[in-house]
Design a protein around this ligand. Structure first.
Ligand code: CUA
Length: 404
């Protein structure tokens, strides 16, 4: 009876384990879609095969020994198995064999280590405000509670003097959040840091994980073979909404990337509708102390009142198909603005995504956007204004980047 129960438990457990293996999982580490991820996979596969062979040999050997030397009923010392010791061939063999196996694995690991930590010079021409710039593809990635910021310095290379406190980075040509846009087929160097606690940046289809630590800029890189959307998730526990700190890499062909750069380089245009104009006033009165909109409050902006000292740059809010740290969709499936979620977010952010632990002492800075107690009319005006900020993506992009 006992063995029946444990066998059933094993089968049920295996079933549950395998049910976790969706064929179209967004965070599948075993389907590399870029050079670096493929190099890691090319290390994983032979090591798993070697480990599998060792597992079968060791477990098989133990079972074979046990069965061969089994004594069905012990009836005295005559049946005690023959004792063996000091077999030189065996002892030398099982010292040398593992040493050879470990040497092979070590060499494979070192080769991969150097491959994934090397960078190549692959400067590309990018048109920036009508001028041609030579850009060595590089993006500064900053984690904070609970979203990712991406800073593009297109016209000057990231200077080593900047890499102290990420709160002091100079203004970038393009600042975006949630979605990192890259040209496909190019190696993109990353500098990964944090403005508050330790996070970890991870786009499994393109590379492994890299911790984002305050005060450090860790080098990393990724490359996507083809245009497409690659999902990611913060993988270092970083507080209440760690699980809702998501990101996407959107790889475009060169022409698409250039179009995106052209659009992102534009400052915000003055809105035309009555509601959006009222929304602009409401933005300046309620939001401008934390959020930046280039062309509106860039002269007065000195950082947010949050723990991280920063909040997403909203200049091109409507060009991003996710918001709230990659957790909510900016658009509905039919391409219309997701007014419900954007309004609900402005109404009470913590109701959409936890950002405030109970029992914090007075004076603790907010970790996310606080509840501003805005009227429904103001919320509706702000949504109308946000919709004017930036170029709306195509329905195809909206569908490909939709989050659940
Ligand atoms: Cu950021 Cu977990």
């Amino acid at each position: 009876m006992r063995s029946h129960a444990s066998f059933s438990a094993l089968i049920v457990g295996l079933g549950l384990l395998l049910a976790g293996c969706a064929s179209d999982a967004e965070l599948d580490t075993l389907k590399p879609q870029g050079t670096t991820a493929r190099q890691i996979n090319d290390l994983l596969n032979p090591v798993m095969i070697i480990a599998g062979v060792v597992l079968v040999l060791v477990c098989g050997g133990v079972l074979w020994m046990a069965l061969k030397n089994r004594v069905p009923t012990y009836e005295g010392d005559d049946e005690f198995p023959k004792q063996i010791s000091h077999n030189n061939v065996l002892e030398i063999g099982w010292t040398i064999a593992p040493a050879i196996v470990m040497t092979v694995v070590a060499v494979l690991t070192l080769v991969t280590h150097f491959e994934i930590n090397s960078t190549e010079a692959n400067a590309m021409e990018v048109q920036v405000s009508g001028e041609s710039a030579s850009w060595e593809p590089k993006v500064v990635v900053i984690g904070q509670q609970w979203w990712w910021e991406y800073r593009y310095y297109l016209t000057e290379d990231v200077n080593a003097d900047w890499l102290g406190d990420p709160r002091d980075l100079p203004p970038a040509d393009i600042v975006t959040s949630g979605q990192m846009i890259i040209p496909a087929g190019e190696e993109i160097e990353l500098l990964v840091s944090s403005r508050d606690v330790i996070h970890s940046f991870w786009i499994p289809a393109l590379n492994g994980k890299r911790d984002a630590r305050p005060g450090f800029f860790a080098p990393w890189k990724l490359e996507a073979d083809d245009p497409g959307v690659y999902f990611g998730q913060c993988t270092e526990f970083c507080g209440l909404s760690h699980s809702r700190m998501r990101m996407q890499v959107v790889a475009m062909d060169d022409a698409g990337f250039q179009t995106w750069v052209d659009q992102q380089m534009q400052p915000a245009e003055a809105p035309t509708s009555e509601a959006a104009l009222r929304g602009l006033d409401a933005f300046e009165a309620n939001c401008a102390s934390c959020h930046l909109v280039d062309g509106v409050n860039d002269d007065s902006y000195t950082g947010a009142t949050t723990e991280s000292g920063s909040a997403p740059n909203l200049t091109h809010f409507a060009s991003r198909t996710t918001f709230a740290g990659g957790y909510l969709n900016t658009y509905n499936a039919d391409g219309s603005l997701n007014r419900d979620d954007i309004s609900a977010w402005i109404r009470d952010p913590a109701a959409m995504k936890d950002n405030k632990a109970d029992g914090l002492p007075d004076g603790t800075k907010p970790r996310g956007m606080p509840n501003l107690g805005l009227s429904e009319r103001t919320i509706s005006d702000l949504v109308a204004y946000l919709e004017t900020l930036g170029q709306k993506p195509t329905v195809d992009v909206i569908a490909a980047t939709e989050v659940e």
